[in-house]
Design a protein around this ligand. Structure first.
Ligand SMILES: Cc1cc2nc3c(=O)[nH]c(=O)nc-3n(C[C@H](O)[C@H](O)[C@H](O)COP(=O)(O)OP(=O)(O)OC[C@H]3O[C@@H](n4cnc5c(N)ncnc54)[C@H](O)[C@@H]3O)c2cc1C
Length: 325
């Protein structure tokens, strides 16, 4: 039985998208699958409005813009991209891989896994009414700076994400930070900026109640030592207390895992012949979860996958400047 494509890339985060570019560069036919309705992975789902400073060639780039540029650079043919299609199973079959998804079956000569953190879900406060107000005053990610500007904002958390958002909004909104612990877990320079800004900081305090009719109208917070309780008028509650990641179906794909990550060698090979991996999903000595590092890994993974898909054809080094795209 033949295959639908040469390489199936599972995961359309920044690394998977860049994999599509490298497939094109090597003139192999690739398909990109992502379970979410839009490409971009963590950048679009978790921090589209944050600036990124460590992608070479971009002194500063908004996460959303980086994804837009990556898509413009990598997606030559939109029929190669299958968003809203989750990969459920990978099964070896007559020298190919059978890929079972939520929409059906596909076949590829090689597979590159770039599923990042897997399915990530924000941690919730566990306060009554939280679910009811989600999208109506309760948010876990900032999708649009505009929507939160000039609002009465309560931010929960003490890590980088919470502190960065307070710093972003403190000049344009009325912000209160609520944190359960006695110290921040954020970058000291960001914490200093926050404290210098005069933003109201309540710590160690916690959110204990949410109130409103159709939308969130107020948040009740209390000091952990029980000394005080306050009701804060609030248009938007931004909960930044981390997230839970679930590898999901990948656990059953027969890949060797270590600490919840896929083990790869220097060629980005997994233990399964014909299955390669790159990006946040992989582990090896010295691995760092950075976009720039994932970009390099996927270039290697696509080369390895190409050599697997076309045995005997040494794909070697390919310069984009020689190809002209
Ligand atoms: C708040 C925050 C700030 C950050 N800032 C920086 C920074 O400044 N610089 C930097 O270099 N890095 C930064 N990072 C890290 C960076 O975002 C990650 O390293 C990067 O997103 C990894 O990309 P990825 O494509 O490997 O995985 P992800 O971005 O996690 O994408 C994986 C994709 O795979 C999809 N997927 C998962 N399972 C399946 C499945 N079974 N079927 C189909 N699709 C599936 C997911 O839906 C997702 O879209 C930051 C991360 C966070 C959370």
């Amino acid at each position: 039985m033949g295959s639908d494509c040469d390489i199936a890339i599972v995961g359309g985060g920044p690394i998977g998208i860049w994999g599509l570019y490298h497939s094109h560069l090597r003139q192999v036919d690739a398909r990109l699958f992502d379970s979410l309705p839009e490409l971009g992975g963590q950048l679009m789902a978790m921090y589209p409005e944050k600036d990124i400073f460590d992608v070479a060639g971009f002194p500063r780039v908004l996460a959303r813009e980086l994804v837009e540029q990556l898509v413009a650079q990598s997606v030559d043919d939109h029929s190669r991209v299958r968003v809203g299609e989750k990969v459920l199973s990978l099964t070896a079959d007559e020298g190919c891989w059978e890929i079972g998804t939520t929409q059906g079956q596909h076949r590829a000569k090689a597979v590159v896994v770039a599923t990042g953190l897997g399915a990530f879900r924000p941690k919730t406060l566990g306060v009554a009414g939280e679910e009811r107000f989600e999208g109506r005053g309760v948010a876990y990610f900032v999708k649009s700076l505009q929507a939160l500007a000039k609002q009465r904002l309560v931010v929960v958390g003490g890590g980088d994400s919470a502190v960065d958002w307070v710093n972003t909004f403190s000049e344009r909104s009325q912000v209160t930070l609520v944190h359960r612990l006695e110290r921040f877990q954020a970058h000291p320079a960001s914490v200093k900026r926050l404290l210098d800004s005069g933003t109201e900081v309540l710590m160690p305090w916690e959110v204990c109640a949410l109130d409103g009719a159709d939308r969130l109208e107020s948040v009740t917070v209390r000091a952990l030592d029980g000394s005080e309780e306050r009701r804060l008028p609030c248009d938007q509650l931004l909960v930044c207390i981390g997230f839970n990641a679930d590898l999901g179906p990948l656990k059953a794909w027969g890949l060797t895992l270590s600490g919840g990550k896929v083990e790869v060698d220097r060629e980005m090979r997994t233990n399964q012949p014909g299955v390669f991996a790159a990006g946040d999903v992989v582990t090896y000595p010295g691995k760092q979860n950075l976009i720039a590092i994932g970009f390099a890994e996927i270039a290697i993974a696509i080369r390895s996958a190409t050599e697997h898909a076309f045995p005997g054809v040494k794909s070697g080094l390919t310069h984009s400047s020689s190809r002209g795209f």
